[in-house]
Design a protein around this ligand. Structure first.
Ligand code: UDX
Length: 465
């Protein structure tokens, strides 16, 4: 009965409530999924913590409450938890989410009901294991979006259920084999699963979600069938306990008409694209390590001198929290050739013809964005799933080269040279172009991921009718 009211109260279109873990690497894919669903005719409310809400209002100009923005046949709107937490410590955040999150989310659900906008389906993400339970207690079905790769899902799944032994962390020669995946060294598996991992609260939240993931009716994944078919098929063969079928809906990239709603938590520099316009095709090195990786002062200096020593123009994202680490006089020394910005409109940058390669930390969003744009990489992973993603980009897709720690300026220069002009650069570009075409086809009308979103939307509509 609740779902019947849901459809009726929003003028016939069922209302979905998304709840997103407070991090840029989660906001982007969740928001892009929200857009894909809204474009197919549903009303979608995007939510996260109050602190994320404040940042999205400030940096991306989103407006809270109201009817939201029309998108395709539906609408997208924003409303946030009233959880009152604005700290930055990860362990404190995880504790806070665990204790205050469920009640704040239940209140947000009740707020929708009271406003005549009852929720037909909740869409959560795996770092918030309690969202599915809160929805179930209110009689509402759930979907979750796994924001990392199917390969990483498989690694977590096998580990959490004790289906695989990882080699000892100091045995770099040992290899781990899992169905559908290449043989991996311990440096290729998500570092959150290794004994040395310092982020235990995060690991516990992920493991908890993996244990309870079958509570969700739909398990979406930000990937596409053609990219990870082997591992998706192999997961179907795992008998005990059987994993839920993964439903690829990616790559969750910005599509035409999407740009009106963005989820940047730092305001993107507006002059990047104009600056790129002044450069010839395939001349610029784009460097960015995403929203959370922090380099030491020494590493920032090596990166700075390394980029400068390539002799190529470069666009480098140095977030405001690291700006003070730039070597003295560096900006003046590279003026005209190097542009350093606090945040870029990354997807617009990657599809710009002037970009020659992407020096990336291989967060899964950056990985998929560079695959979709067809840009070769210099892979410089730091932790978590980035290690697996780097292996995937370099060894599986043949789209680039690795840059290994400890970071040295000469190695930065050599890696950029190899990716742009080395003997294998042409093959990397061809591989990147082929994967770009496949990625775009998956999300185009009638593509594999588009059909998966369509089927979900139809099912929600049918249940709510
Ligand atoms: C985090 C984890 O680090 C990552 O490993 C995991 O897969 C997702 O969560 P993050 O480190 O921020 O994410 O990296 P990434 O997944 O690449 O996401 C960053 C997002 O910010 C991308 O969508 C990228 O386009 C965007 N971005 C980054 C910008 O728009 N501008 C920038 O200047 C930098």
């Amino acid at each position: 009965a609740a779902t019947v009211t849901a459809a009726a109260a929003s003028g016939g279109a069922p209302h979905l409530l998304l709840i997103c873990f407070p991090g840029q690497g989660h906001v982007n894919p969740m928001l892009r999924l929200a857009k894909r669903i809204a474009a197919k005719g549903l009303v979608v409310t995007f939510s996260s913590t109050s602190a994320i809400g404040a940042k999205l209002v400030e940096s991306s100009g989103v407006s809270v409450g109201g009817d939201g923005v029309p998108l395709g046949g539906g609408r997208i709107r924003f409303e946030f938890l009233e959880d009152g937490f604005d700290g930055s410590d990860l362990d404190e955040l995880m504790r806070h989410l665990g204790t205050a999150g469920p009640a704040a989310f239940a209140e947000l659900l009740a707020r929708q009901e009271a406003a005549g906008r009852p929720v037909a389906c909740v869409v959560g993400n795996p770092f918030i294991p309690w969202a599915v339970d809160v929805a179930a207690a209110a009689g509402i079905p759930s979907a979750v979006l796994w924001v990392q790769s199917c390969a990483v899902f498989s690694l977590y799944y096998h580990r959490v259920h004790g289906l695989v032994e990882f080699p000892p962390e100091d045995d770099l020669d040992a290899r781990l084999t899992l169905p559908g995946l290449p043989a991996m060294s311990v440096t290729d598996v998500p570092s959150f699963l290794l004994p040395s991992n310092p982020y235990m609260s995060l690991t516990e939240a992920i493991q908890q979600q993996i244990r309870t993931i079958d509570k969700a009716t739909w398990v979406f994944v930000n990937s596409f069938t053609e990219l990870e078919r082997g591992v998706v098929d192999a997961l179907r063969g795992v008998a005990t306990p059987p994993p839920p079928p993964l439903i690829p809906v990616g790559p969750l990239i910005e599509l035409e008409g999407d740009a009106a709603v963005r989820g940047d938590m730092i305001r993107a520099a507006s002059d990047c694209v104009g600056w790129l316009d002044e450069h010839p095709p395939r001349s610029v090195v784009y460097a960015s390590l995403g929203s959370v990786v922090v380099l030491s002062a020494g590493e920032v200096a090596e990166m700075a001198h390394g980029l400068a020593s390539t002799g190529r123009p470069f666009l480098w994202v140095v977030r405001p929290d690291s700006r003070a680490l730039l070597p003295e006089g560096f900006l003046d020394a590279v003026a005209g050739r190097g542009m350093v910005v606090p945040w870029s409109p990354q997807e617009q940058v990657l599809v710009h013809p002037a970009v020659a390669c992407f020096l990336t930390h291989c967060g899964w969003n950056s990985t998929l964005e560079t695959v979709a744009a067809g840009v070769p990489v210099v892979a410089f992973p730091q932790w978590g799933d980035q290690c697996t993603d780097a292996m995937f980009l370099v060894d599986e897709l043949g789209m680039g080269v690795r840059l290994r720690a400890p970071l040295r300026r000469g190695a930065v220069r050599d890696a950029v040279d190899a990716a742009v002009a080395g003997p294998d650069a042409g093959a990397m570009r061809s591989s990147a172009a082929a994967w770009s075409a496949a990625a775009r086809a998956a999300v185009a009308a009638g593509g594999s991921s588009d059909r998966h979103v369509e089927a979900f939307v139809e099912e929600v509509k049918t249940r709510a009718a």
